[in-house]
Each structure stands twice: as C-alpha cells, then as structure tokens.
Design a protein around this ligand. Structure first.
Ligand code: GDP
Length: 195
C-alpha cells in the first residue's frame, strides 16, 4: 500500500463528531503503552502523526486518522490506566460498546497485544465484545523485536490461549521498530476495507 496522504482528522468525543463520509474504518484497541501509536505511524510511514505518548485523562476520545482518502484509522483510548476512576472506566466502556454496536463503517478491529505479556483482563473483555458483536478482528502482537525469534511461537500460543482465540482468528506478528509484519498487516487491512 503506497501512502500518499495521511492526516489527523479529529478527537471525537460525541458520535455526531464522527466523520460522515462513510469511508471504511479500522479501529485499534489495546492497553496504554502497548504501541498503538507506533503501529499507526509505522503503517503509514510517518514518524509522528499518531502521538506516541500515552494520554491519561483522554479516556473518552476516538482519534480519527484519514489515510489516502480511502479509510480511517480509529484509535481507541488505551485501557488499563491504574489512575482511571470507576466512573471514567464505565464511560469508556459505554462509548466503545456503542461504537462497536452501531458503527456501520467499522470493518475491522486490530486487537493490539504486547507479545511479551499475557493479554490482560481488559484485552479478554475486548476480545469477547468483538466476538459478541460479530466484528471482524485481527490480533496484532507487537514489540516482536523485544523477544528472540525462537520464542515467537510460544508467545503467540500463550496470547491465543489467554484470549480464548481460535485458530480462525487472524494473528500478525509486528514490530514498529523493524517494520516486521507491516506488509502482511496492510494486506489484511486492504481486504477488510475493500480497497
Ligand atoms: P500507545 O500508548 O499504545 O500509543 O504506545 P506507544 O506507541 O506510545 O508506545 C509505547 C512505548 O513502546 C514507546 O516507548 C515506543 O517506542 C515503544 N514501542 C512501541 N512499539 C514498539 C515495538 O514494536 N518495538 C519496540 N522495541 N518498542 C516499541
């Protein structure tokens, strides 16, 4: 995929702020610091379009990036912040669930997991939501450069087991550091978005 244009569009707090041009949307979910911003930047080959610093207190914004006038990346707020209150957590859950339930433009969710660690309870919750609403997903195990190649399979298996994922669920090994998995992931994205 040749990237000719990539721009930040909006941090949407309310559904009426979501874009209305009906382009396909690919959402990214994962815990804070998992590497979602780095993943977006690597996919579009920009150093800094997506902000690579965690943003506490921004638990209710969906960040929209438009790529090649052809699709949107929708970056969900990272979950798992220790300091987030119960009220904020609930508001986060409501916003995400409403989006997952109603957003026709949503074509695929990337469930981003740090290959080094077992998925968290929130990752499992997200996985179950996606299954429940029958939303196509691709598990992306990032930071692959941080463990030796000889351990990749073991870690991939552990991720699938903890999520309760089947062998049908797509899984891509990725590294924002080396670019590993970039082409493979673009193939998945392009197919899901129908571009
Ligand atoms: P976000 O909070 O999910 O958006 O996470 P960031 O993209 O800001 O990444 C969190 C930290 O992990 C940063 O210090 C990144 O440089 C680092 N990081 C992200 N992806 C990778 C990766 O694939 N490999 C390595 N080695 N570091 C990564």
């Amino acid at each position: 995929m040749k990237i000719t244009n990539a721009e930040f569009i909006i941090s949407a707090v309310q559904p009426h702020q979501y874009p209305s041009d009906a382009l396909p949307e690919i959402a990214l979910a994962g815990r804070s610091n998992v590497g979602k911003s780095s993943l977006i930047n690597k996919l579009i080959l920009r150093k800094n379009l997506a902000r690579t610093s965690s943003q506490p207190g921004k638990t209710q914004q969906l960040n929209y990036y438009r790529i090649n006038e052809a699709l949107y990346f929708v970056d969900f707020p990272g979950y798992g912040y220790a300091k987030v209150s119960k009220t904020e957590r609930e508001a986060w859950g409501k916003m995400i669930e409403r989006y997952l339930q109603n957003r026709e433009e949503l074509k695929l969710v990337l469930l981003v997991i740090d290959i080094r660690h077992d998925p968290s309870k929130d990752d499992v919750l997200m996985y179950n939501w996606l299954k429940h609403y029958d939303i196509p997903m691709c598990i992306v195990c990032t930071k692959a450069d941080k463990i030796p190649r000889s351990q990749w399979d073991k870690h991939k298996k552990a991720v699938r087991t903890t999520l309760g994922a089947s062998s049908q669920d797509a899984l891509v090994l990725f590294s924002s550091e080396t670019g590993m998995g970039r082409e493979e992931l673009w193939e998945v994205l392009a197919q899901s978005a129908g571009i």
